[in-house]
Design a protein around this ligand. Structure first.
Ligand code: ADP
Ligand code: MG
Length: 283
């Protein structure tokens, strides 16, 4: 049984008196325990709607959303489901509910009604996971954007979800802040086996994932591993950019040099060097 399963999900928002906006159309997808999935698509393609539908913040008009076998459409399941899936949103300034970092992280476990000793343990563990221990007593004003997002991630972690959805959580951060958040998320996936759905429009981030799901106009238009980049029309047709190494490799291929489909700069350089070395050896 997949950990998260969406089956033929439709969702529409009311708009005006009798009109509506179809935000998701017939979306089916699975996410297994421990997987790292990137969800990409241009503005308005339905990504945030998908994030909200996963943990039952909104319910599908048609189809089913199952979390560990529990349907979000049954209200009695929502408490369990929200322990299993945590969501981190885009704006780091809207996510702190208290004025002290450790109180903020304790908020989730307190709402679960856990005993104080366990809350303390979870807060310390979560702070440690995101590298923010020395900021436990700080207020948000002293924190950078990247640090605030790491606190937001710790707040979700303290609930010990099995899947974390990050909805453009790096979108408002500078490159250093983005790197901090990505490092934390990849570490949690690797060391804690936490499944991740990372919603992003940075293709370099998407290339970090085991699997990539592409949304376009409320539909899922592709779902696969890194090999998707080898046929990059699925990205460009959905209005997305490609990682720079993939773009350059495409131009080289058009000029007669096939270096495959390297996703990062190091891989690109290694592929070019191997090619040049081989040709020099052949000559
Ligand atoms: P994305 O996150 O990919 O930008 P969204 O899921 O936010 O896409 O939006 C999908 C579609 O639903 C868009 O057409 C958007 O305008 C519409 N939409 C999103 N949220 C609302 C809302 N609260 N009310 C009405 N329409 C909405
Ligand atoms: Mg969005």
């Amino acid at each position: 049984m997949p950990f998260l399963e969406l089956k033929n999900v439709d969702y529409s928002y009311p708009s005006g008196d009798s009109d509506y906006i179809q935000a998701l159309s017939d979306v089916s997808l699975n996410v297994e325990k421990g997987e790292f999935v990137a969800l990409v698509g241009c503005n308005g393609s339905g990504k945030s709607t998908l994030a909200r539908i996963c943990n039952g913040l909104i319910l599908p008009d048609r189809g089913d959303v199952l979390v560990d076998g529990l349907s979000t459409s049954d209200k009695r399941n929502l408490y369990e489901i929200r322990k299993k899936i945590g969501v981190v949103f885009q704006n780091p300034d809207n996510q702190m509910v208290t004025t002290i970092v450790e109180d903020d992280i304790a908020f989730g476990p307190e709402n679960l009604g856990l005993p104080p000793s366990e809350i303390r343990e979870r807060v310390d563990w979560a702070l440690d996971c995101v590298g923010m221990k020395e900021y436990a007593k700080s207020g948000p004003l002293r924190l950078s954007g990247g640090q605030k997002q790491r606190v937001a991630i710790a707040g979700v972690l303290a609930i010990k979800p099995e899947l974390m959805v990050l909805d453009e959580a790096t979108g408002m951060l500078d490159p250093d802040g983005r790197r901090e958040v990505l490092d934390v998320v990849t570490k949690l996936n690797r060391d804690e086996n936490m499944a991740v759905i990372m919603i992003t429009h940075f293709m370099e981030e998407a290339a970090l994932a085991d699997r990539i799901i592409i949304m376009n106009g409320g539909r899922k238009v592709a779902d696969g591993g890194k090999e998707l980049f080898a046929a990059p029309e699925v990205f460009t047709d959905a209005g997305l950019d490609l990682p720079i190494p993939v773009r350059v490799a495409g131009k080289l291929k058009a000029r007669g040099m096939d270096v495959g489909c390297p996703l990062d700069i190091d891989g690109f350089v290694a592929a070019v060097a191997a090619k040049l070395g081989k040709e020099a050896g052949d000559a």
